[in-house]
Structure formats: structure tokens, C-alpha cells
Design a protein around this ligand. Structure first.
Ligand code: UDP
Ligand code: MG
Length: 318
């Protein structure tokens, strides 16, 4: 086996002390089968449990395990980005720590990569025992996203994927702050294909994606790849304007040609509240884009690293 690293496996870790040992066993066992040199980059995304100590032990046992330790929690998408920034392999594999994505599927990813595909993503065929609510919202989200965005994301894919060095290099050039990584890898292009797999149950522990994080994730996805929300403001403006013109004609007609007059109180209150809320929503939409523009202009680094363990060279956030 040559010294050159062929595969880099990137694992974002946030308070996963209960799954790390099992992950280590299953992942190294699968990677060893490939008979080529590899590294496993564990990105500690500000865990407050003993995850980091466990990772340190892994590195002492096995120098293929490397660690990037964040100074605090920066979020799943940023942790993945850091992992790919540090990865030196010719193919980078992104996998969740909780073993919902079976390491065994990596063998199929690699086969496709060797056939010439530059992005191989996992398509979740069956989602074991995941919360109904999560599955439902994910389905709605992907269908909606594909309708309104400039991008077509295969339904039921996650970040579990293999990406070629070329794609990783392009990804390194994209430093946008509120990132939706799976969207970015699709946006980059190249030859892509999917592998269907059964998404297992979380091995242990609980989800690190509470509703609030899920909501931010969905908003990031939409606002980074669609301008439709902005256009909706324009459309609703025109619609309300047209409706009010028609209504004016109706009122004039009643006034000029009939004895009836409009009793207006309820309608007036309705009109004020309705238009007020439409305006507030539109302001909110503009605010979402504005906030993101502000994040870009501030141009803070995506993440801050406290220390790296086992890395050959010091690479910072570019
Ligand atoms: N994760 C992370 N930072 C976070 C939240 C999650 O690094 O702020 C990691 C987590 O440790 C796991 C992966 O991202 O490896 C996916 O999280 P999780 O399995 O909790 O999400 P779910 O599968 O429930 O959507
Ligand atoms: Mg999970």
C-alpha cells in the first residue's frame, strides 16, 4: 500500500459519545477492505460530552484517525465543510456519525467513483423508524425546494456522499456563510449518480437536529438557491392591487346605479389586517436576504479551530 492517501472520510460529530466506538469499528473495518490508504477526519463540532477524549484515544491507537476540534458549535454544514477543507484524499466521503448511513455503502460509492463518476450520493430508500414528522417534512421540503429553486436535488438524499477531489477543490472556493452543502455539490456539476440504500435507525443517542435547526437549514437551502420568495412579494402586490381595483369598480357601480351602499367596518378591518400582514411577510422575506448579505459582507471565517490532531499540515479556513 502506498503512502498516498486515496480516501478521506469526513464525519461531523456533535455530542456523539455513545456512538463513536461503534462508528470507529464499522468504518475502519469497511475502509480496510478497500486495501488503499485512507484517513478519517472527525470534526468535533463543539461537543460538550466526552466525544473529544474518545477521538483522542482513537488517534493514539490509529494514526489514520485525525481530528479537527472547533472552538464551539458551528453547525453540521460547517463541520462538513471544515472536514472537506482538511481532507487530502482523492475522494472524500461524507458520513454522519450516528450510523444512520451504513458505512458498507461506501464500497458501492467507491465502485461508481472508479467507473468515473465524480459525485456519488446516497438515496434513502427506506427510512427505518424515523419520526413520521421528520419524514413528512423532509418529503415536502425536497418537493417544494425542487419547484422553487434553480437547482434539482434528488429527493431523499442527504449529505452522505462521495465527492472527487476536483469537486472538493471547487467547494473550497465557495465560502458562502449560510451553507447548504448538498445543494452546493449539485450546483458544482460534474458527473453525478445515486446509490439507493436503507437509512437505518440512529445507533444510539438522540437527534442533534431539533426543530429550530431544521427550520434554519430549510431556510438556508431556499434562500441560497431561489429568488422566488422575493418575486412572491411582487406577485402578491400585483394581485392585491388588481383585486382592489375590481372592488373599487364594484363599489362605484353600487353607488351610481343602485340604492345600496356598502357597510364597511368589517371589510375595512379585514383589508387593513390582511395588507398589513402581507407587508410584514414581504419585509421578513427581504430581511432574510438582507441578513444573509450582511453575513457575507462581514466575511467572518466559517469556523474557528481550537486544535487539529494528526494533521500533517496546518490548513486554516480560507
Ligand atoms: N451534527 C453536527 N453539528 C450539529 C448538529 C449535528 O456536527 O450542530 C452532526 C451529528 O453529530 C451527526 C450529523 O451531524 O453526525 C447528523 O446529525 P443527526 O444525526 O443528529 O441529524 P438527523 O439524522 O437526526 O437529521
Ligand atoms: Mg442522524
Amino acid at each position: 500500500m502506498s503512502d498516498e492517501i486515496i480516501y478521506s472520510v469526513v464525519v461531523p460529530v456533535f455530542n456523539e459519545e455513545t456512538v463513536l466506538s461503534e462508528l470507529y469499528l464499522r468504518l475502519t473495518q469497511i475502509m480496510d477492505q478497500l486495501k488503499e490508504n485512507y484517513e478519517i477526519i472527525l470534526v468535533n463540532d463543539g461537543s460538550t460530552d466526552s466525544s473529544l477524549e474518545i477521538m483522542r484515544k482513537f488517534h493514539q491507537e490509529n494514526k489514520k484517525i485525525k481530528v479537527v476540534d472547533f472552538s464551539r458549535n458551528f453547525g453540521h454544514q460547517v463541520a462538513i465543510t471544515a472536514g472537506t477543507d482538511y481532507a487530502v484524499g482523492k475522494a472524500v466521503i461524507i458520513i454522519d456519525a450516528d450510523l444512520q448511513d451504513s458505512p458498507e455503502v461506501i464500497l458501492q460509492f467507491v465502485k461508481k467513483w472508479k467507473e468515473g463518476y465524480e459525485v456519488v450520493y446516497g438515496v434513502r430508500e427506506k427510512r427505518e423508524k424515523e419520526m413520521f414528522f421528520k419524514k413528512l417534512t423532509a418529503k415536502i421540503f425536497y418537493h417544494l425546494f425542487n419547484r422553487i429553486s434553480e437547482l434539482e436535488i434528488p429527493v431523499d438524499t442527504g449529505d452522505f456522499r462521495l465527492i472527487d477531489k476536483k469537486v472538493v477543490n471547487s467547494l473550497k472556493g465557495i465560502r458562502e456563510k449560510n451553507r447548504f452543502v448538498r445543494g452546493l455539490t449539485i450546483w458544482i456539476g460534474f458527473n453525478q449518480t445515486g446509490i439507493r440504500y436503507h437509512r437505518a435507525e440512529r445507533y444510539s443517542g438522540y437527534t442533534k437536529y431539533p426543530l429550530k435547526k431544521m427550520f434554519k437549514f430549510a431556510l438556508d437551502a431556499v434562500f441560497s438557491f431561489s429568488k422566488l420568495p422575493l418575486r412572491l412579494a411582487t406577485y402578491s402586490g400585483f394581485t392585491v392591487a388588481a383585486a382592489s381595483c375590481l372592488y373599487l369598480l364594484y363599489v362605484l357601480f353600487l353607488k351610481l346605479f343602485t340604492e345600496r351602499t356598502i357597510q364597511g367596518w368589517t371589510l375595512l378591518v379585514f383589508a387593513i389586517l390582511f395588507l398589513g400582514s402581507v407587508q410584514l411577510i414581504c419585509l421578513g422575506i427581504i430581511g432574510e436576504y438582507l441578513g444573509r448579505i450582511s453575513d457575507e459582507i462581514k466575511n467572518r471565517p466559517l469556523y474557528v479551530v481550537r486544535e487539529t490532531i494528526g494533521m500533517d499540515k496546518i490548513q486554516g479556513d480560507s
